[in-house]
Design a protein around this ligand. Sequence first.
Ligand SMILES: C[S@@+](CC[C@H](N)C(=O)[O-])C[C@H]1O[C@@H](n2cnc3c(N)ncnc32)[C@H](O)[C@@H]1O
Length: 350
Amino acid sequence: MRFLLFVGASNTLAEFEVGAQIKDARLIQDNIYIFESDSEVDAQNTVSRLGCSIKLAKELPGVAAQNESIADLITHKNFSITSINDFSISPKINQDVKNLLERGRFIVPKDQFGLSPILLRKHKIDEFFLDSQKDEVWQTIWVHDFEHWIKKDRHMPFANAKAGILPPKIARSMVNLVPLDPAGKLLVDPFCGSGRVLVEAAELGYLVGGADISAQQVRETQANLSSLGFEVQSDVLDATHLSEKFHEVDVIVTEPFLGKPNLRPDQIKYLIPGLQKLYLGCLKDWLKVLKAHGYVIMVFPWFEVGKQVYKTSSVIDGKLELSYNFHKRGILYSRPGADVKREIVILQKK
Ligand SMILES: C[S@@+](CC[C@H](N)C(=O)[O-])C[C@H]1O[C@@H](n2cnc3c(N)ncnc32)[C@H](O)[C@@H]1O
């Protein structure tokens, strides 16, 4: 069976998450992927684990991309049809299909993505996507649980959705870059903050551990994880000394200390060597923490000063190449207008 997956825009992070988690998924338009799965249940299970997924539609094989065929499929009072090969004809298609029905109300989509998950979850709406060129019809069968994501962003004991903190969906996508089955594997975040990465890892089925230099942050991580019913092994530690408490770790996923926010350009130049020293110290110590072939998924900040871009990830070039394989670099995530961009790097201990 074939499915369309609609994903949130996040620079290149979604592309790598989909690539790691769905075999042979192919981008057909901005933020829309096509993939095959044996069953609807399998497809839903897969996409509901992703951070980037917003909506899933299944192909209706044998249904012609014509108004009459679609009208026959409408069972609820409300419907919405989006033409994905030529979006501009969507309003007319909706009106023409309505004219074929005795009763029914249509909602015109705003763009190729069709209706918002909020609308689709709150009301019973039959939503279809048409490609009249390829004669294909697709029906929405799943939308992401936005209420659960909002809860994790804003309503955990220490959610504190202030700027700079990793959004839960981005944390989820980062964890999904790990090419492992989470069952029974230990994932540690040595800069755990309030535990965003660890919440996502625990929801995916990892055993989780966290450390932070701040005792308050470690308490926040504990409280956030236990509010969702998860256990976490946690310690107050400098991340360059993680090996004092953690061993036999399968994966480290972390957004480390990125420097204080809103620095002046002249201050950034002084910040970078300090950050690089910290990251290098960590990556050396984590060789003692990780199992053989264990993974590190880590954010390295990029700072823009005028036209110059300073990439802190340059610190991994050189001696570290003897100890780690560099699987991917340059996976990007940044909020629009943010002064710091995040480059995510995937390393594997040799
Ligand atoms: C960017 S925040 C991580 C935020 C976390 N991903 C979250 O969303 O909650 C960085 C964290 O690193 C901690 N930190 C700073 N220097 C550290 C060090 N040397 N070792 C361990 N943690 C450190 C800070 O206390 C802060 O909680």
